[in-house]
Write a protein that binds this ligand. Structure first.
Ligand code: NAD
Ligand code: IPM
Ligand code: MN
Length: 367
């Protein structure tokens, strides 16, 4: 998948590690081990500082995102490696909203880049599709839409109850993600950008998306830009994923279409993502959640976290190391050195240890 932008390309980098809940706490340490291994030969250390923000801490201390955490991350760290949040003991998901959505909003990480890339032909559930057919980038708006938490209840708990959830779309917010998608396509030689909305039903919010898209596309005449309603996109991406290079959409639709895309490429176990504000402290996390029913069993797939780490390395200017992580994941798939979700028998730690060794080998090979 073509690259994501540089943070600063400086020599050393400080990384905040937030493993979180469930399998987040199992896959993240594996990614950190792989990162330590692949960056060790460069003698430009990456520094990792771990934070225990999780359901456990929230239940114990009542603290979700600690005071001044956002400022600390913004000022003292280059990137955040995040696991997952979600715990059956916190049915409201309050801590996840405070921490994950809190960081996306407060660090203004407006680009949620979620590549969909088939890394081995056998992984797709689609018939007769191969690696060359499934290689696209989903850009999900990440700071507004239906996620902002504006709304309320009226007559809660009565038969006349009303619940309102506002969809907040600013011209600035819509414009920057649409322009980012076009720029990404242009800079990476990709020819097709598809904007997806539901403007046939959402006649205010997505009317704005339509107008902004029409304005922006005029500046990118060499790119084949099109629009699809989100329901049609969901159908088309399954029918023929090869017709897409770049998809740009709103927060909620991006959430849904990225899980759909993940499954086309083998499942949530290996889908990575980057939450970016170009040039500023950004957050990298697998697309999957805390998967409570497999948590603690040692079988979670660490590929999503490792591939998110590769996106983080690119962002920090470690291109060969990022490529080495991807090479190692491809090798694991080829040799079936994988966890049960991909039909293998390996455990999380076995896959992590193997990737650490193979990525160092891959790096040496590139030189
Ligand atoms: P999930 O992603 O946790 O799990 C969905 C399915 O995919 C499950 O069958 C799970 O076993 C499988 N799966 C996901 N990641 C896997 C991996 N690495 N290896 C093997 N199998 C994997 O989604 P869910 O079950 O809807 O949500 C569980 C909790 O996670 C909820 O509390 C939800 O809110 C939260 N969540 C958090 C994030 C995040 O922190 N970014 C993302 C999605 C869901
Ligand atoms: C994701 C998750 C989150 C989202 C949840 C946990 C709030 O599903 O990162 O895709 O909807 O953004
Ligand atoms: Mn999601």
């Amino acid at each position: 998948m073509p690259g994501i932008p540089l943070r600063n390309g400086g020599p050393a980098a400080r990384i905040a590690v937030i493993p979180g809940d469930g399998i987040g706490a199992e896959v993240t340490p594996q990614a950190v081990n792989v990162l330590r291994a692949v960056t060790a030969p460069a003698r430009r250390p990456l520094e990792f500082v771990e934070f225990d923000w999780s359901a456990e801490k929230y239940l114990r201390e009542g603290v979700s995102l600690p005071p001044r955490a956002v400022e600390m991350l913004r000022d003292e760290f280059d990137a955040i490696l995040f696991g997952a949040l979600g715990d059956p003991r916190v049915p409201s998901n309050r801590h996840a909203a405070d921490i994950l959505l809190g960081l996306r909003f407060k660090l203004d990480l407006y680009v949620n880049a979620r590549p969909v890339e088939l890394l081995h032909d056998r992984l797709t559930p689609l018939r007769d599709r191969t690696e060359k057919d499934i290689r696209l980038m989903v850009f999900r708006e990440n700071t507004e839409g239906l996620y902002v938490g504006v709304g309320g209840f009226f007559k809660k708990g009565t038969p006349d109850e009303i619940a309102v959830q506002e969809d907040v779309n600013s011209r600035k917010g819509v414009e920057r993600i649409i322009r980012y998608a076009f720029e990404y396509a242009r800079q990476n030689g990709l020819k097709r950008v598809c904007m997806s909305d539901k403007s046939n039903a959402m006649n205010f919010a997505h009317d704005l998306w339509q107008r902004v898209f029409k304005e922006a596309r005029q500046e990118y005449v060499s790119i084949d830009s099109r629009h699809l309603y989100i329901d049609t996109l969901a159908m088309e991406i399954v029918r023929d994923p090869s017709q897409f290079d770049v998809i740009v959409t709103c927060n909620l639709f991006g959430d849904i279409i990225s899980d759909l895309g993940a499954q086309l490429a083998g499942g949530l176990g290996l889908a990575p993502s980057a939450n970016i504000h170009p040039g500023k402290t950004s957050l990298f996390e697998p697309v999957h959640g805390s998967a409570p029913h497999i948590a603690g069993k040692g079988v979670a797939n660490p590929f999503g976290s490792v591939l998110s780490s590769a996106m983080m390395l690119e962002f920090l200017g470690w291109k060969p190391e990022a490529a080495a992580l991807r090479t190692a994941v491809r090798a694991a798939l080829r040799e079936n050195h994988v966890t049960p979700d991909l039909g293998g028998e390996k455990r999380t730690v076995e896959v992590g240890d193997w990737l650490a060794i193979k990525s160092v080998e891959a790096l040496a090979h590139q030189r």
